[in-house]
Design a protein around this ligand. Sequence first.
Ligand SMILES: [Zn+2]
Length: 151
Amino acid sequence: MGNNRLLILSVFLAVATYFSNPFFTFENGINKDLVSYWDREISTIKNTCKAGISMPTNVSVNFGETDDAIGYCQKYSNGFKIVLNEQYWYHNLDGSGKRQLLLHEMCHCIFNIKHNSDEKHFMYPEFTKIDENTLLNQLEGTIKSSSNCLR
Ligand SMILES: [Zn+2]
């Protein structure tokens, strides 16, 4: 009985690896040091999307390798992951900078928002600090027309 179960699990994992389903290749969950930031920005978003947001169940937010970027969003058919540069997060960003970076990646991942060519916009591809009130105004203007923002 116990052995059979183990075998079934092994086969399951082998098949999963074979198809390289991203569900099995990234860690699910929010890094504990990022939970409070994540929760805060989910609340921020819900102020605009008052009827809720359409969110996949398989979500990962973590520090990791970001190459030349300071963060990125990778989407999968069943979820997404946000990866942030830990050094940059702790040494280069103040509180509102952290909000700006996280909201930028959340807009990519949750609302399918693309980059903006205005360098004073929080969806500009390179990070340039924007004051918090402007950030929140830009956020509302950016996500309110997304189909994942229920109003
Ligand atoms: Zn971006």
